[in-house]
Design a protein around this ligand. Structure first.
Ligand SMILES: C[S@@+](CC[C@H](N)C(=O)[O-])C[C@H]1O[C@@H](n2cnc3c(N)ncnc32)[C@H](O)[C@@H]1O
Length: 314
């Protein structure tokens, strides 16, 4: 059965942004998955001396997936929300999707609790890792399987939303590995980068590179901070070489106040669909695919990949 992406899915999503303006800086990521969000968020807020209002907490966990599934029926005889936790289910999310004609998200889906300047939020460097060691190892292993070999002449790589680490295989080198991010101190310290650019993609989504420049673009645990994702993905398509690979990876953790509301109000399988939709509606990409590389489900951070290649003819 085809996966039908519910056209009405937006109408029942809580518009969380703006309900509770919150600007206290959170320096490490918290669990972002709607399936486990409630307890984790309350804890974090308590640590900061306040709690999310009940209305917001109740809103979290409402998934468009249930709406979608009520239209699409059942996949494999089970609710998708339930089966998303089973190994192999994530890979199914982007199989045979019947996408609505129009991009189904609205402006408010890309709002955040904290709409203050991202420059301010990322002003202080954070020399931390945002996912656990096992998830990092799984991502690095994945990269080692799909990246062009180290030191291949002419290969260029772009790490978007980068920091002091890119999680590339140890010793990985190319003539050109560019990092884009928000904090210069972090980017300066990233050993794999040959150059970096500090740029707020939510203010200026235009990438400062020529057409057909990169063989690979990576983005680790940060696609959920993009408020103009289609503009950014359009640029990604422009700067990728034909056949170039874009790898978006994410877990269930995030800076909650800075992630877009459609992300914080949905779960892991939904996130796969959301990122898949960015590729689909941007155009110029092959149909996106999802991979679950979670190293130790239930015991370490989950890790998901949504990837696509720029069409060879684009
Ligand atoms: C959770 S960190 C992940 C950093 C890195 N990819 C990693 O795996 O450690 C989120 C990153 O997203 C980037 N980011 C957030 N908002 C951004 C924006 N508006 N424009 C560009 N980059 C942004 C920041 O550079 C920040 O380092």
């Amino acid at each position: 059965m085809a996966n039908r992406f519910g056209v009405k899915l937006q109408s029942r999503l809580p518009n969380l942004a703006g309900i509770y303006p919150f600007s206290a800086p959170i320096t490490t990521t918290t669990n972002c998955s709607s399936e486990t969000q409630k307890s984790r968020i309350v804890c974090k807020k308590r640590a900061l001396g306040c709690r999310f209002p009940r209305r917001v907490v109740l809103g979290i966990g409402v998934s468009f997936w249930s709406q979608f599934m009520s239209m699409a029926g059942i996949i494999g005889g089970k609710s998708f929300m339930a089966s998303a936790r089973r190994k192999g289910a994530i890979e199914q999310v982007l199989k045979n999707v019947e996408w609505p004609e129009q991009f189904p998200f609205r402006d408010e889906d890309f709002q955040r609790f904290d709409e203050s300047s991202d420059t301010l939020f990322y002003e202080m460097p954070r020399f931390v890792t945002h996912i656990d060691d096992q998830a990092i190892a799984a991502l690095t292993k994945y990269y080692s399987e799909v990246f062009p070999s180290s030191n291949t002449p002419g290969v260029a790589v772009l790490d978007m939303c980068s920091s002091w680490v890119s999680h590339y295989p140890s010793g990985y080198k190319q003539e050109r590995i560019v990092g884009m991010g928000m904090n210069e101190e972090e980017l300066k310290r990233n050993p794999v980068l040959t150059e970096y650019v500090v740029q707020d993609l939510n203010i200026n989504p235009q990438l400062p590179f020529g057409d057909n420049t990169f063989d690979v673009i990576t983005n680790v645990v940060s696609v959920d901070y993009l408020t103009k994702p289609l503009d950014v993905f359009k640029e990604m398509s422009r700067v990728l070489k034909p056949g170039g690979l874009a790898i978006m990876s994410f877990s269930n953790r995030c800076f909650f106040t800075k992630a877009i509301s459609i992300w914080t109000s949905t779960g892991d399988a939904d996130h796969v669909m959301i990122v898949g939709s960015y590729f689909h509606y941007t155009g110029g990409f092959e149909p996106p695919q999802a991979v679950d590389i979670s190293p130790n489900p239930g015991r370490s951070d989950p890790m998901y990949i949504v990837y696509s290649r720029k069409l060879a003819t684009a």
